[in-house]
Structure formats: C-alpha cells, structure tokens
Design a protein around this ligand. Structure first.
Ligand code: NAD
Length: 246
C-alpha cells in the first residue's frame, strides 16, 4: 500500500513507540493525528513535527473513555476528510502481585490497554467501511504470549489484544480492512528505562538474546511494514530480539 497522502491516527503518540511511529509516518508523507491524554507533551511534539513541514495535528483523548475516542475519530474525519490507518498504541503497565492488586488497579490497565483498542477499532472501522477499507495496527506485547510474574492485568490485556486482532481481521477481511498487532519485547521508552527500573533493567536486558532492549524506531519500522504489505492480516508480529524464541 502506498502510504503517501494517507491519514493515520496514533494513540499514545506523545512519547515512545507512538511518537517514533508518528515520525516514521511523516517521513512517508502520511498526514498524522497524534493523540494522547498527556496534552502538554503531545502538543509540544506535534508542534515540533509541524515546524519541520509535516501535516500533523494533536487531539487529546483518553483511550479508556469511549466518548474521547469517538470524538478523536470524528474530528480526524472533519479535519483530514478520512481515516486510513488506526494505530491503537496507548498503554500502561503496573507491577504488582495479583493477590495484592485492587480491583481499581486491575480495571485501569484493562480499560486503557484492552477497552482502548476496542473503542479505537470500533470508531475507526465505522469510518473505514464508508471509504472502502483501511488498516488497524494494535500495540500488543511479548506479554500477550508469555507470562511475566507481577504483570497479571498487563498479561490479561495484551493476551486479549492478540485475539481481538485475529477476530477483527477475520470479521473485516472481505471489506478491505486489515488488522494486525506489533508485539514488542522490552523497549527503551517512557515506560521502560534504566533510570526508572535500576537493576531490574539489567535483568530485562539479559532476557533478550541480542543483548539489548529494543528501540522505539524499530517497532515503528514494523508498523510501517504492516501498513504497506497488503497480504498480512490477523497476525501478531513479535519484534523482541529473540526474547520469545527461548
Ligand atoms: P510510553 O510510556 O513511552 O508511551 C505510552 C504513551 O501512552 C504515553 O505518551 C502516555 O501518555 C500514553 N497513554 C497512557 N495511557 C493513556 C490513555 N489512557 N489515553 C491516551 N494515552 C495514554 O511507552 P511505550 O513503550 O511507547 O508504550 C506504547 C505501547 O507499547 C503500550 O501499549 C505498551 O504496552 C506497549 N509495549 C511497550 C513495551 C516497552 O517495553 N516499552 C513493550 C511491549 C509493549
């Protein structure tokens, strides 16, 4: 698929994988709507891209709130005329043993990582059906396939995203909509970094056979590939430095 001139929406675009993917899309001539619930950083990054000549705009949305996502998609169509690519990327993680987890903590992870993908897909697909198709990419994780002690709601949400991806792909394949997910290993980002994690960071590095964590631009590269390649749908692509090969 030729990406030049397409319109993409990215949630969780203020930092990390979302921001790197916004940059990668811009380099391909895509018009990008950056969205995040962090308005200050999201606006600042959007301005930075705009100043380098990119066709971009920022729309604030908390993906756990259906009304916000509905507004994000309707505003995108109002401003840019259509939506071709939806990158459901916003996500959070918490580390806590399951028996100590409160229901609110559990629900918050599910609401953002899982419900957010539902809302993004629902409203983007509604528009894509009017224009004859599009591409959805969801950000899952290696932790959608393998367990991690202390990551109970995160495991639950990303496991759900993997099967939501397949379910949506099958449901809309005959109407020109492809749905895939990227499943990163640990990636240096706002969520995972040496400063925040200390010695745990080094333990994470040891789990990646290539001897380092991933970079956000390496995940962005896979998102571009999934958008461009028209034969791929219903796949959860692991980009993990060999983490899950062991
Ligand atoms: P990040 O913290 O750098 O970026 C996440 C972005 O999502 C932030 O800008 C944050 O403000 C935004 N966000 C969080 N909750 C939101 C909400 N309710 N509504 C809107 N925006 C919200 O981290 P990242 O690594 O770039 O994370 C992006 C995605 O990648 C997440 O889905 C995460 O689960 C997934 N992932 C990350 C790693 C990793 O190691 N960093 C590994 C596998 C998967």
């Amino acid at each position: 698929m030729e990406l030049k001139g397409k319109v993409a929406v990215i949630t969780g675009a203020a930092s990390g994988i979302g921001l790197a993917t916004a940059e990668a899309f811009v380099n391909k001539g895509v018009k990008v709507v950056l969205s995040d619930y962090n308005e200050a950083d999201g606006q600042a990054e959007t301005e930075r891209l705009k100043n380098s000549g990119a066709e971009v705009m920022f729309i604030k949305a908390d993906v756990s709130k259906e009304e916000d996502v509905k507004h994000l998609i309707s505003e995108t169509v109002k401003q840019f005329g259509k939506i071709d690519i939806m990158f459901n990327n916003a996500g959070i993680g918490i580390l806590c043993e399951a028996h100590k987890l409160t229901y609110d903590e559990y629900r918050r992870v599910i609401a953002i990582n899982q419900d957010g993908v539902f809302f993004g897909a629902k409203y983007a697909i509604t528009e894509m059906l009017k224009t004859g198709g599009g591409v959805i990419v969801n950000t899952s994780s290696i932790l959608g396939s393998v367990g991690e002690p202390g990551a109970f709601p995160y495991n639950a949400s990303k496991g759900a995203v993997n099967l939501m991806t397949k379910s949506l792909a099958l449901q809309y394949a005959d109407r020109g909509i492809r749905v895939n997910s990227v499943c990163p290993g640990y990636v240096d980002s706002g969520m995972v970094n040496k400063e925040a994690l200390g010695k745990f960071y080094d333990k994470l590095v040891d789990k990646h056979p290539i001897g380092r964590l991933g970079r956000a631009d390496e995940i962005a590269h896979a998102v571009i590939f999934l958008c461009e390649n028209e034969l791929i749908t219903g796949q959860n692509i692991l980009i993990d430095g060999g983490y899950t090969a062991q």
